[in-house]
Design a protein around this ligand. Structure first.
Ligand code: NAP
Ligand code: GLV
Length: 312
């Protein structure tokens, strides 16, 4: 068996070593133009040239949860895409979203300003019941986040393609239920995959429906920059319609130094760091899937197998 590793902008050595330890008899290569045909590839944002040259790949194992970069490419006809599912990302995402939510709800930024100025001043407690949290995408990450947020007794809504039955989470499903979901939610968390249906879903028209159309909405985008129409956000913040935004992902990454999001007082920026791929956990998951394919199980029904038609 030959597994080739192609990780754009990431160092491959530790991945190669980890795979070699698990498959001592296999050839594990770092892909470069002209690499002989491999059976499987472990990838992050590979170039089209790699797929063109490796047209006999059976499995393309993506080391991240989102496969949008892969689905932009022309795939060899018989190659199946498998993404990493959770592998330590869900707990990170839950931490990140709870942190952003609680920091906003409890006004910790304002306390920090007070503390810097030596000011001892209480703020009136805010009503949790008035900070309903709406999670777009109730998949592997969204469900974990929804459960974590619900533990703090916030009302939680979730929006997905198919209806869900998760204790303590109000499920809204399908495009026809997007408006009621937005109206019932004050803090909006995006954990959708980017597909033709979800690109640009965070835009003026949808964001003004938050919180029943009243001011006070808050946006947390931890999915992809392409979900947000960036030009719509600052006018809504400046007009007071939205109270703030925490953004981890951007249309252009790294976020350009002169981008207005860096300096806007109501926007918190992090560098696509909400849920990092953890190498050991991810290698373990990929290895177990390659073993199962090599054992004859095939890809149908495999956790993380991507449905190209669906787009995630
Ligand atoms: P997932 O398990 O595939 O879940 C996707 C969820 O989105 C599902 O609940 C799905 O509904 C829902 N969905 C898809 N299309 C929809 C539509 N048109 N309308 C309503 N709901 C729709 O994905 P995941 O593992 O949770 O990851 C989600 C995304 O997070 C990834 O695609 C990636 O872009 C992003 N991510 C970001 C970071 C970061 O560091 N910022 C890290 C990891 C992942 P159904 O359940 O009905 O199918
Ligand atoms: C990171 O953004 C991922 O998709 O895993």
């Amino acid at each position: 068996m030959h597994i080739t590793v192609c990780l754009t902008d990431l160092k491959p050595d530790a991945w190669v070593l980890g795979l070699q330890q698990e498959f001592p008899d296999a050839e594990i290569s770092v892909w470069q133009p002209g690499t002989p045909p491999a059976d499987h590839a472990v990838v992050w944002a590979p170039p089209q040239q790699m797929l063109d040259e490796q047209s006999g790949l059976r499995g393309l194992f993506n080391i991240g949860a989102g496969v949008d970069a892969l689905l932009k490419l022309k795939m060899p006809p018989h190659t199946r895409i498998v993404r990493v599912e959770d592998a330590g990302m869900a707990v990170q995402m839950a931490e990140y979203v709870c942190h952003a939510l609680i920091r906003h709800f409890r006004e910790f930024d304002a306390y920090e300003v007070d503390a810097r100025q030596g000011r001892w001043g209480y703020r009136a407690p805010r009503l949790r019941s008035q900070f309903s949290v709406g999670i777009m995408g109730l998949g592997v990450l969204g469900e974990r986040v929804a459960r974590a947020v619900a533990q703090f007794d916030f009302p939680v809504n979730g929006w997905s393609r198919s209806p869900k039955d998760i204790a303590g989470i109000r499920s809204f499903a399908g495009h026809e239920n997007l408006d009621p979901f937005l109206a019932a939610s004050r803090v909006l968390v995006c954990l959708l995959p980017v597909t033709p249906d979800t690109r640009g879903i965070l835009r003026r028209e949808t964001l003004t429906k938050l919180n029943g159309g009243a001011p006070g909405g808050y946006v947390i985008n931890v999915a992809r920059g392409a979900h947000l129409v960036e030009a719509d956000l600052i006018p809504l913040l400046d007009a007071g319609q939205l109270d703030g935004a925490t953004l981890d992902v951007f249309e252009t990454e790294p976020l350009p130094p002169d981008h207005p999001f860096w300096r806007h007082p109501k926007i918190t920026v992090t560098p696509h760091a909400s849920a990092r791929t953890l190498r050991e956990e991810s290698i373990a998951q990929i290895v177990s899937k390659i073993r199962s394919v090599e054992g004859g199980a095939g890809f149908d029904g495999m956790a993380g197998a991507v449905d190209i038609e669906r787009g995630y």
